[in-house]
Design a protein around this ligand. Structure first.
Ligand SMILES: N[C@@H](CCC(=O)N[C@@H](CS)C(=O)NCC(=O)O)C(=O)O
Length: 252
């Protein structure tokens, strides 16, 4: 398996903020996927300076010892905040934990008041335990599986359809999943962006469509979605070397 050296870092700053200022940027270990977008959206929304450290998961960079020291699950995203608690660096892996950390750090998109916080957390965990894994499997069996397995395609496509219906019903009553725009919406939007690849038609879910269009129009979200990593755009998922890295992983 390839142990390619990570590609160069890309420094980003919120509009109107200079990256030359004293504040050390948060390092974002990133690849442009729905899980990666969650954190680039949050950093953009919070106006925090950050440095993108691409983790080319198609070449096995998620298995480098340096990355595993931060993210032992060999998955991105992860962050290193040089100004963590007590002014000392802290690393965080798992996108939900990162969103909560950044929400607590900035006081943004993650309310303190207990009822409002619980409302956000239940939808955040719903995404982490439900929408993300199910949509990921739907994409896998619809687009990447070596053979088309009708049962698996139907099972995951149906489950994502059910989950979209749950969001649609919630959004019939509220502007955002937990009332106000929050880390729960930030966690979900990248997966809804891939609706077509998941075998879903947003026209079937008018409230979800309205929500998606509202969030997609936010400047921070536009910037996060527009950020390109050339190597990622060039990945060919049919390449046997890429497939050997990403599929059939077992304990090491
Ligand atoms: N539960 C994790 C999931 C992260 C995840 O699945 N990341 C994928 C890309 S979307 C990854 O890094 N894959 C590398 C691999 O499969 O080896 C989170 O929410 O952070």
């Amino acid at each position: 398996m390839s142990r390619a050296k990570p590609a160069g870092a890309i420094q980003r700053a919120a509009p109107g903020r200079s990256v030359a200022r004293r504040e050390k940027p948060i390092e974002l270990y990133y690849w442009p996927t729905p899980n990666g977008w969650k954190i680039s959206i949050m950093l953009e929304e919070c106006g925090l300076p950050y440095l993108v450290r691409p983790v080319d998961i198609s070449r096995g960079e998620q298995f480098s010892p340096q990355f595993l020291a931060i993210s032992p699950n060999n998955r991105m995203p992860a962050i290193v905040d040089p100004a963590g608690p007590g002014g000392r660096p802290i690393s965080v892996f798992e996108s939900g934990a990162i969103l909560q950390y950044l929400g607590r750090k900035t006081g943004k998109f993650y309310p303190r008041e207990e009822r409002a916080r619980v409302a956000v957390e239940q939808w955040l965990f719903w995404q982490i335990g439900g929408l993300g894994p199910m949509a990921g499997q739907a994409v896998h069996f619809r687009h990447y599986a070596a053979e088309a397995i009708a049962y698996a395609i139907a099972r995951y496509t149906d489950e994502v359809n059910r989950l979209y219906g749950v969001m649609n019903n919630q959004l019939a009553q509220r502007e955002f999943l937990a009332g106000r725009y929050s880390i729960a919406d930030i966690a979900c939007v990248g997966w809804v962006r891939l609706a077509e690849r998941e075998g879903q038609n947003l026209a079937q879910f008018p409230h979800l469509k309205r929500w998606f269009e509202t969030i997609r129009a936010r400047q921070a979200v536009k910037r996060a979605f527009a950020a390109r990593i050339a190597a990622a755009s060039a990945v060919d998922m049919r390449d046997p070397k890429v497939r050997a890295v990403l599929f059939g992983q077992r304990a090491r």
